[in-house]
Design a protein around this ligand. Structure first.
Ligand SMILES: Nc1ncnc2c1ncn2[C@@H]1O[C@H](COP(=O)(O)OP(=O)(O)O)[C@@H](O)[C@H]1O
Ligand SMILES: [Mg+2]
Length: 105
């Protein structure tokens, strides 16, 4: 799951100086990991679509290989672990994905 999200952040980043920023914290019983980049970002209209199986956004076009299944599978995995995966407003001008995983006691 992390490999997929991080490889997306690298793959879709066409900035002259690409930045990938990973941050983590523990908040209210959840590990929270945020993966941010300074690429083109994800438009509002695509925020749900990109989690559908075999769907690709406007930057997942002919010049970038992919089957459009990574985020669908990633969300399925993390949801089965009672966590979540969502696009959020991040610290950089591009995309940011937040993963939440319950801290087991
Ligand atoms: N970091 C990102 N920046 C911009 N667009 C992204 C990013 N991550 C995912 N996307 C968009 O979400 C779509 C779905 O991603 P994914 O399910 O991993 O499939 P794939 O990478 O095979 O296209 C991508 O086609 C792309 O349009
Ligand atoms: Mg992908």
């Amino acid at each position: 799951m992390f490999i997929n999200i991080i490889s997306n952040a690298v793959k879709y980043n066409d900035a002259e100086s690409p930045i990938l920023r990973v941050s983590s914290s523990v908040r209210a019983g959840f590990y929270v990991v945020e993966i941010a980049d300074n690429g083109p970002g994800i438009g509002k209209a695509e925020r749900n679509l990109i989690f559908e199986k075999f769907s690709r956004g406007q930057h997942g076009s002919a010049d970038q290989s992919g089957a459009g299944s990574g985020l669908a599978i990633s969300r399925q995995i993390v949801t089965r672990m009672n966590g979540s995966l969502d696009p959020v407003a991040g610290p950089l001008p591009g995309a940011c994905f937040r993963v939440r995983l319950a801290v087991l006691r």
